[in-house]
Write a protein that binds this ligand. Structure first.
Ligand code: HEC
Ligand code: HEC
Ligand code: HEC
Ligand code: HEC
Ligand code: HEC
Length: 456
């Protein structure tokens, strides 16, 4: 016992000495972290796997471990962002800065742009164990753009604490269990001062923060597990490193409820019936889409099928708000800024803004505009945001569809089906940049059918 106390005392003195050495000097964060460390200062995830087997394989399957070397990340970073930064020096710090969130170790090692993923460098570790577990704090007054402080080495930081292991010492922190920890990378401001990623802000403004539900509750749920092989103990509340988000279909499926009801049950042909489609974000702690809002496409498609099997597409009723044209699928062109980034011929004038989403479908989105006012997927090149027509946490958005029943509709039951689909990336952009199909194929979020009777 005495020995323990003496140890604690010695540690306290050592800690005090550390603090005084740094006195007056704020820890580095954000852009200032560039080139401050060496790769060797950070341990590889495979080292942690020796003892943290379950957590390793959870992380390895999640997109955290693919944030640098996954196909769309590679294409956007090299073909668009780095290419653009070579043409316009304004974007050089941004192209370096992508790595502050996507592969922090490469960023802190000053290795930017890092080698291509095919070169199998340490940059491919992406957001690794040792990034998060050597974070010691963050700049509370500016929680965005890799605003974390780090202290790599033998000591690992976490929220449970515990005994030191042969591999490392442990320091207990309060920062790891807070949503603010995630804000370091899930909030982003670009060189134009625009919030191009604001998952944390959306959460803060929404109901879940008020109820104290942190990001972790939904993305790192508590469950039974062995923290480390070597300590042998099973915990019933281990933080599971699932980090499941938009790439994991079981996470997006059912995230939003869809329910449709008509305003009359029996309708004579030639008369108008109105359908009310409820789109209720019941599962996410932030808006949907969140994060890479510039890429994602969430849209509601409504069809009627009569008793003879004929299909009628119902376009959404306009509500008349400012900027609404960006929330209804059309043949408009966009993404003209690719021309500058990719040296495209002068006559190239863009790609379909909404890809092949049927005209007239409602799109739940917030458009990003470049300096010329064209819609862009390049968040660093975003000078302005458009109307925010996403589905907020626990928000019930109601869309109406007024349908004047055509005389050719077969009398009898008519089924109206509303389908809510999701794409990670607008298909026109994905095809143009040769991004794999998994990024642009339709993924079903939810679907609902209702019936009316058409009278002869
Ligand atoms: C994106 C950041 C992040 C990454 C990457 C990450 N962790 Fe964690 N880890 C956390 C946070 C946050 C907690 C604490 C959550 C809490 O207590 O609410 C945690 C908790 C832990 C715990 C304690 C679990 C418990 O409940 O007792 C261990 C052990 C751990 N991490 C190991 C690892 C290992 C090993 C890896 C890599 C395979 C890894 N972590 C990757 C953020 C991360
Ligand atoms: C030789 C085995 C071993 C290796 C290798 C190892 N750990 Fe651990 N780690 C442990 C043990 C044992 C514990 C649990 C100690 C306890 O429960 O008191 C632990 C606990 C932790 C915790 C929990 C701290 C907390 O407060 O929640 C974190 C975080 C952690 N390790 C991170 C890492 C990281 C990151 C690596 C790789 C760089 C790593 N560990 C490599 C054995 C190991
Ligand atoms: C060091 C930066 C960093 C920190 C800290 C961080 N993340 Fe992330 N996270 C990322 C990056 C980068 C991606 C994007 C991966 C990609 O390129 O698709 C990501 C992706 C995700 C995803 C989406 C995965 C998918 O399938 O789409 C979830 C969910 C997520 N993070 C949750 C969290 C939570 C919860 C925390 C806090 C406990 C956290 N992150 C902390 C950098 C970070
Ligand atoms: C109440 C549960 C809940 C909470 C709290 C929550 N999320 Fe989510 N999150 C979800 C669900 C469900 C999805 C899937 C739907 C979607 O993609 O938006 C998701 C998706 C995501 C994605 C993927 C978005 C994309 O398009 O790639 C990220 C990143 C993310 N969450 C981060 C966070 C962060 C950071 C916090 C805290 C600030 C947080 N989440 C809080 C439930 C939650
Ligand atoms: C402040 C941290 C941060 C910075 C800086 C950042 N990103 Fe990200 N990025 C993220 C997070 C977090 C996600 C995941 C959000 C989500 O899942 O929707 C993400 C998602 C992405 C995606 C989508 C991946 C997918 O599979 O859908 C691409 C591509 C991407 N980022 C490229 C870049 C490029 C290029 C830059 C630099 C111009 C950059 N990012 C700068 C944090 C950052």
């Amino acid at each position: 016992m005495k020995l323990r106390l003496a140890m604690v005392f010695l540690l306290a003195i050592a800690a005090a000495a550390l603090v005084s050495a740094d006195e007056g000097e704020l820890p580095k964060f954000g852009d200032a972290l560039h080139g401050t460390q060496k790769y060797d200062d950070f341990e590889r995830p495979e080292k942690c796997r020796q003892c943290h087997i379950e957590i390793y394989y959870q992380w390895d399957q999640s997109w955290m471990s693919k944030a640098y070397d996954s196909p769309w990340d590679e294409i956007e970073y090299f073909e668009l962002a780095v290419a653009h930064s070579k043409k316009n020096p304004k974007f050089k710090p941004v192209a370096d800065g992508c790595n502050g969130c996507h592969t922090p170790v490469a960023f802190m090692a000053g290795d930017t742009p890092p080698p291509r993923p095919s070169e199998n460098s340490r940059a491919n570790e992406s957001v690794s164990c040792d990034v998060c577990h050597t974070i010691t704090g963050y700049n509370e007054s500016a929680l965005f753009n890799f605003s974390y402080y780090v202290n790599p080495g033998r000591t690992k930081y976490g929220s449970r604490g515990g005994n030191n292991s042969p591999a490392h010492d442990l320091v207990k922190t309060d920062i790891h269990k807070a949503a603010k920890f995630c804000a370091n990378c899930h909030n982003e401001k670009n060189p134009w001062g625009i919030w191009v990623k604001s998952t944390y802000n959306e959460w803060l403004e929404g109901p879940y923060s008020k109820e104290g539900v942190q990001c972790h509750e939904c993305h790192m749920p508590k469950g039974e597990g062995r923290r480390a092989l070597t300590d042998g103990k099973t915990y019933d509340d281990m933080r599971q490193h699932l980090f499941h988000g938009a790439h994991i279909e079981s996470k997006t499926r059912g995230a939003i409820d869809v329910v449709v009801h008509p305003n009359m049950g029996e309708v004579p042909a030639g008369e108008a019936v109105t359908f009310f489609a409820h789109v209720f974000n019941q599962k996410a702690g932030h808006k949907i889409p969140t994060g890479s809002v510039e890429d994602r496409l969430l849209y509601l498609h409504v069809e009627a099928i009569d008793s003879a099997g004929t299909v009628y597409h119902l376009p959404v009723d306009k509500k008349g708000f400012e900027g609404e044209e960006y929330t209804i699928a059309s043949k408009a062109l966009a993404y003209q800024d690719f021309k500058e980034m990719m040296d495209l011929p002068a006559e190239w004038n863009g790609l379909p803004r909404d890809g092949n989403v049927p005209e007239g479908d409602r799109i739940f989105r917030m458009p990003y505009f470049d300096e010329q006012g064209n819609v862009t997927v390049a968040q660093w090149n975003t000078a302005k945001l458009g109307v925010d027509y996403r589905v907020g946490p626990r928000e019930d958005k109601i869309e109406t569809y007024t349908w004047e029943i055509p005389y050719e509709v077969a009398p009898g039951p008519v089924t109206i089906t509303a389908t809510l689909n999701y794409r990670l990336l607008v298909d026109s952009v994905a095809r143009f940049l040769k991004v794999p199909e998994m990024y642009y194929k339709d993924r079903l979020i939810n679907e609902y059918s209702t019936t009316i009777e058409v009278l002869p």
